[in-house]
Design a binder for this molecule. Structure first.
Ligand code: GLA
Length: 661
């Protein structure tokens, strides 16, 4: 809801309020971001931190909008042109006081989330240079302390949650890689220094962008906290020609009066309601860990038979089905079935999979090329490179310049053709290398063209599900989530390490998008031995898949797996549609109306640390029946005393299903 005062705008979500006030010099500022207020209460609030800090005047903090005009003058002096309110959307029309430059600040209330973005238009006849164009700045009311929460990591250990005191300085979270990154992720939370999972104030922002990005959090000398974020990293510039505009990506914000858990609930609701559809995520089998590059039609058919018998719903053939791709050195870019491996094309395998009652999917990596490929030999000019500079190879591959429309059109053509000609309902869209040798003008149009291809494919093929992947979780963000159905969370499938990865991923992103496979033991990356049940219980807390070599699983393992897949299907709607509560590091609870699923894991034994796990958000007067044991529990007791955790040894786990009687 939006209410308008005099130079004052109040945006209200069901539980929070956001107030924009024009300062005396017309600078749009944030007067309030926190608990709900009425317009009357908001009228007395003074102007605060700029909504989009610019260069100029006595502002010495981060400038989210930096512009150089043709005469080398920089900065903006604000002039207010007017506003428009349409439903839950507010638009503030602003301009520079002298130069022909318009700046439009957009706001949209979506559930508990406020989306913000900016449009900058060069209305003059001369080009201007943009040195920085952030989506928005956010700022917090004064509190006694501040902590910063975010995730960092690397390939194979993405989404590690960090929580530290926010130091009195500028803290920069960024990716200069052309994708959102394994090492960081474009969101953060700031709390009042005392927040817990259930209590305390948390302010959180997330950028919907899948390329390079930067968010700078500033705790200034007056102990105020503000942050500015947007696409691109430092040092990039681009020209805005006469009459041209640039729209930034959405930078969304959430205020939670109910701790970090409350912030996650709000983000999950936002993504589920506004970004994702609610189709059921199928149980996947993916062949990568079982076969790597050594694949054949017979072997894939045999795997499919085993997978179908387990209850798998979607069979995905990963890398190495195309061109001359027999290792990561060759064939990337040649998107036709390998004639030696699939002499009659993909049809026989797809038919086999379909007859087994599963749908079929394929791995693709459209943005890259191996120098040893037909594509590169035909179009060496399509790769990203700079004159007089070496071409950097990562995983023996170069990047195609998707900022060029002819390259993007080629990619769309073959992808569309692939899906049109075959009965394919799923693509795993991978991207295994960062940008290198990219000029100023590449970074943004590249990502926009990737978005456009995916959007077009989905519009033309409504049955198509897309999984976003970039060597695991290297490109997981709200921008990608808005156009894919799920994420390949990490190449690390070690269940013990997955718990931390999934803990970090699910701070922001709903677990129905969190691809999680059960693979073999010992684990291919870490060598860790874990029971099948533990691996399942970790993967069942997301979007379950199986990625082990089923041809080597014993009859007992296959039987146990079949029962666990069946159990997963019974709780899938609770896990994917319910509220997620993190009960410490090693337990999660999902609650959907009267149904509850609790996963308990014990990756490492801590002798004597068997404290029961207290559940949350139940009806205290309700009685809950354990679906497996028949035992009855009182809601009030489960919340104050908890469920016992009888897991004395390493790699034990449990799943408790409770239903309110
Ligand atoms: C990336 C992905 C893996 C797999 C391989 C195939 O590393 O993250 O899951 O698809 O590529 O080469």
């Amino acid at each position: 809801m939006i209410a308008v005062g005099d130079g004052l705008w109040l945006l209200s979500t069901p539980t929070s309020g956001y107030v924009v006030r024009l300062a005396g010099d017309a600078t749009p500022t944030c007067a309030h971001w926190g608990p709900a207020l009425t317009l009357d209460q908001a009228r007395d609030l003074p102007a605060g931190w700029p909504e989009l800090p610019v260069e100029g005047g006595a502002w010495f903090g981060v400038a989210g909008l930096q512009i150089r005009y043709g005469d080398a003058v920089r900065g903006v002096e604000w002039r207010h042109l007017g506003h428009a309110v349409e439903g839950d959307q507010l638009v503030l029309h602003m301009a520079d006081g002298h130069y022909p430059l318009e700046i439009t600040l957009h706001y949209r209330v979506r559930g508990e989330t406020i989306e913000r973005w900016t449009t900058v238009t060069n209305c003059g006849a001369e080009p201007v240079t943009l040195l920085r164009c952030d989506s928005a700045a956010w700022s917090l009311p004064h509190r006694d302390g501040y902590r910063l929460s975010h995730v960092s990591g690397d390939w194979g250990r993405e989404f590690q949650l960090r929580r530290t005191d926010l130091t009195m300085a500028e803290t920069v979270l960024t990716s200069r890689r052309g994708h959102s990154g394994h090492h960081a992720n474009p969101w953060l939370m700031v709390d009042d220094g005392h927040a817990t999972e259930e209590h305390g104030e948390v302010w959180s922002v997330a950028l919907a962008w899948s390329g390079s990005w930067r968010i700078t959090v500033e705790r200034d000398q007056h102990d105020r906290v503000g942050l500015s974020g947007g696409f691109g990293h430092e040092g990039l510039t681009w020209r805005l020609g006469a009459g041209e505009s640039v729209d930034t990506p959405v930078f969304a914000g959430v205020y939670s009066p109910a701790g970090f858990g409350g912030a996650s609930h709000r983000w999950h609701d936002y993504a589920r309601t506004f970004l994702l559809d609610d189709r059921t995520r199928p149980v996947v089998f993916n062949s990568w860990e079982a076969t790597e590059f050594d694949i054949s039609q017979e072997q894939q058919m045999a795997l499919a038979e085993r997978a179908a018998a387990l209850g798998v719903e979607l069979f995905v053939m990963d890398d190495a089905w195309f061109g001359g791709r027999t290792s990561d050195r060759v064939g990337l870019g040649d998107w036709w079935p390998n004639p030696d491996r699939f002499p009659e094309g993909l049809a026989p395998l797809i038919e086999h999979v379909r007859k087994l009652g599963m749908t079929f999917g394929l791995w693709v990596e459209p943005e890259s090329v191996n120098p040893d490929s037909e594509l590169y030999r035909t179009h060496p000019e399509w790769v990203l490179r700079q004159p007089n500079r070496r071409s950097t190879e990562v995983r023996n591959q170069l990047l195609l310049d998707f900022s060029r429309n002819e390259v993007a059109a080629w990619a769309h053509r073959w992808l569309d053709d692939l899906v049109r000609r075959h009965d394919i309902s799923f693509l795993k869209w991978d991207m295994n290398r960062p940008f290198t040798e990219a000029g100023d003008e590449v970074w943004v149009p590249f990502v926009r063209n990737v978005y456009a291809i995916i959007d077009q494919l989905r519009a033309d093929h409504p049955q198509l599900t897309i999984e976003g992947c970039a060597s695991g979780g290297g490109r997981a963000d709200l921008g990608m989530l808005a156009r894919t159905d799920q994420t390949w969370t990490s190449d690390n499938t070690d269940a013990a390490q997955r718990i931390a990865i999934q803990h970090g991923y699910s701070q922001l992103y709903p677990v129905r998008t969190m691809g999680a496979w059960v693979t073999d033991s010992p684990n291919a990356i870490t060598g860790r031995l874990t029971p099948l049940r533990f691996r399942f219980h970790v993967a069942m807390s997301g979007a379950l898949g199986i990625g082990g070599d089923l041809l080597r699983w014993t009859p007992q393992e296959l039987e146990e797996a079949t029962a666990l897949v069946e159990q997963y299907k019974r709780i899938r709607s609770v896990v994917h549609g319910g509220r997620l509560d993190r009960l410490g590091r090693w337990a999660v609870q999902y609650t959907l109306e009267d149904e509850v699923a609790v996963f308990l894991w014990r990756p490492t034994t801590l002798v004597g640390r068997d404290a029961p796990v207290r559940l949350r958000g139940l009806d205290p007067d309700g009685v809950y029946r354990d679906e497996d044991t028949g035992v009855l529990h009182h809601g009030a007791v489960l919340m104050s005393h908890g469920l016992p955790r009888p897991l004395p040894f390493d790699a034990l786990s449990d799943l408790r299903r409770l239903i309110r009687c």
